[in-house]
Design a protein around this ligand. Structure first.
Ligand SMILES: [Zn+2]
Length: 375
């Protein structure tokens, strides 16, 4: 495996200290093995059943059973859907997949402290997996991140650093800290490090297995930086290259209208996203004004025949309630995918990825306790 720059074709060793190319672009992986169904570890009910597709040996996996999440049939507003319950992962979000890979990789490399910046869920995931591996972690988060997410990160024993300002200011603070860190410190960025994308890549493999050896027609998911959708694309591209599916599913990325650089670039036919100032949105997990892998995400979505659209707060609230009334309690960020269903329209077998647990960011608190008269 090598780190490869898709912008300028430069290459680096996988264990390089560089977290992005000298030209500024984020790396992709080069030399990943071909997907072979026969290599699936059948008795491993975690995403590590696909370890042979990862491409590096390393040591034992740092795992808590992440992945292999339920795929549940549901009907939403008369439309039959599959819901992929990623919010049932160990820390309550799909970010556990990438964090499990990064912790495994950096533990094998002999690192002692991992640093990342996150709107919350990736930070909680890395905090948990570094705790599991007895590594130290420092997580930079926006000062306005939900209290439940900050509490979760701190509970795992990670050093939590709230940063005022935009999401980009949080990233800058983390990167400055890494440069000043000791030799055992690495920037375990869930956005920049391409091994992270092996996490969502395994979602594609799982969907293929869970649907009995076929791809769905469409996959709908929230996008901030877009790593979930891009990882899924890489996974389905592997399945296509292996001759296991006939075509890619159409990929639909959903953004919040207040922070929609990818939706705007898609609508305008641009190759990359223009940065936007992040407005206020309930979907804090995708409040990203400057997507790092924007060009790759746009290219992947277009290659699949899908689209990127945005939804407003009112429709997020409505979708959140609709899901909960059906038994699915997710955070508002996850509800954007359901909020966009009328924009996406009907057409074939559709999987909606429910990314984060509702306990992380409750939308409404019930009023005072019920009165005695109600009993
Ligand atoms: Zn480059």
């Amino acid at each position: 495996l090598n780190l490869h720059c898709p912008a300028c074709d430069e290459r680096y060793a996988l264990d390089s200290e560089r977290w992005r190319c000298v030209c500024g672009a984020a790396f992709e992986l080069e030399g990943t093995p071909r997907f072979h169904p026969g290599d699936i570890v059948e008795n491993d009910t975690s995403m590590w059943r696909y370890r042979s597709a990862l491409g590096f040996e390393g040591g034992p996996a740092v795992t808590m059973g992440e992945g292999w999440t339920p795929l549940v049939a549901a009907e939403v507003e008369g439309q039959a859907l599959w819901l992929k319950l990623e919010y049932l992962n160990p820390t309550g979000s799909f970010k556990d997949r990438g964090a499990s890979v990064l912790a495994t990789f950096f533990l094998a490399l002999g690192m002692s402290r991992l640093v990342d910046d996150s709107s919350g869920n990736a930070g909680a995931a890395l905090a948990a997996y570094t705790a599991r591996a007895a590594l130290r972690a420092t997580l930079y988060v926006p000062a306005n991140t939900s209290p439940a997410k900050r509490a979760q990160i701190a509970a795992y024993g990670a050093t939590l650093v709230p940063v005022e300002g935009t999401r980009e200011a949080v990233t800058a603070a983390a990167q400055t800290a890494v440069m000043g860190g000791d030799v055992g410190t690495r920037y375990a960025s869930h956005v920049y490090h391409p091994l992270t994308l092996f996490g969502p890549k395994t979602i594609a493999f799982e969907l293929w297995e869970q649907l009995g050896g076929r791809a769905p027609t469409r996959v709908v998911a929230p996008v901030g930086h877009g790593t979930l959708l891009l990882g899924c694309y890489w996974g389905f591209a592997d399945l296509l290259a292996a001759g296991l599916i006939e075509r890619l599913p159409r990929l639909y990325g959903i953004q919040a209208a207040a922070v929609a650089p990818l939706a705007q670039a898609f609508a305008s036919g641009l190759a990359d996203a223009q940065p936007v100032f992040p407005g206020d949105t309930l979907a804090e997990g995708i409040r990203v004004g400057r997507p790092v892998r924007g060009a790759e995400v746009l290219a992947a979505v277009r290659a699949s025949g899908g689209a990127i659209v945005a939804v407003d707060n009112a429709s997020i609230v409505a979708a959140h309630e609709m899901l909960a009334r059906g038994g699915f309690y997710v955070e508002p960020t996850s509800a954007v995918a359901i909020a966009a269903l009328d924009r996406v329209g009907e057409g074939g077998e559709t999987v909606v990825v429910l990314t984060g647990n509702g306990l992380k960011q409750p939308l409404f608190w019930p009023n005072a306790p019920m009165s005695a008269a109600a009993n």
